[in-house]
Write a protein that binds this ligand. Sequence first.
Ligand code: NI
Length: 226
Amino acid sequence: MLLHVPGVLSPSQVAQIRQAIDGAEWIDGRATVGEQGARVKHNRQLAEGGALSLSWGEVILKALEAHALFMSAALPLRYVPPLFNRYEGGEQYGLHVDGAIRGVPGSGLKLRTDLSCTLFLSAPDDYDGGELEVVDTFGTHEVKLPAGDLILYPSSSLHRVLPVTRGARVSSFFWVQSLVRDDAQRALLFEFDQRVQRLRAQLGDSEDVVALTGQYHNLVRMWADT
Ligand code: NI
């Protein structure tokens, strides 16, 4: 499931982050990638585990934990701390798939990448190109979102970032290990949860709504790993 999550950050939060990171030291993006990725990755990043990445990454994760749509869709168990990247002057990231396992720096913890996230920190009008292309069973999807919005997609998907031919594309990217590993089960739970919430808004906590809510939780109980 490919999902657009709007309004993760407010315009003022985006402006604060950009002010803090634009003048920082940007290093070769190949620092955090495996062999296949390194051959096709041409961008720059803030150092993984650096003070800027860690502090602004926490702001992003806090915003996500308060975002009902994101929580319903991702059912997050844990996160790889957000990283920040920048593409300009023709930089791009060719077709690749994200590594299945990532370590969390300094913790000894490893997590399985179920979901990949890109949080846009540049307005679409500020750059040309730079679309995120995600390939799934329904075809190829081009994604370019307003600043502060996020795209969520299965980490198993092939994807790329097209060359940025004008301006700069700045974003944060990170991975989620979900409580529910299987994408189809997670998509079903998301649809179920959204429908129950709509029914609750229409009917209040009627007997049927309460029963359906119970069934949702029973499915989570059946499928979740903690
Ligand atoms: Ni990727």
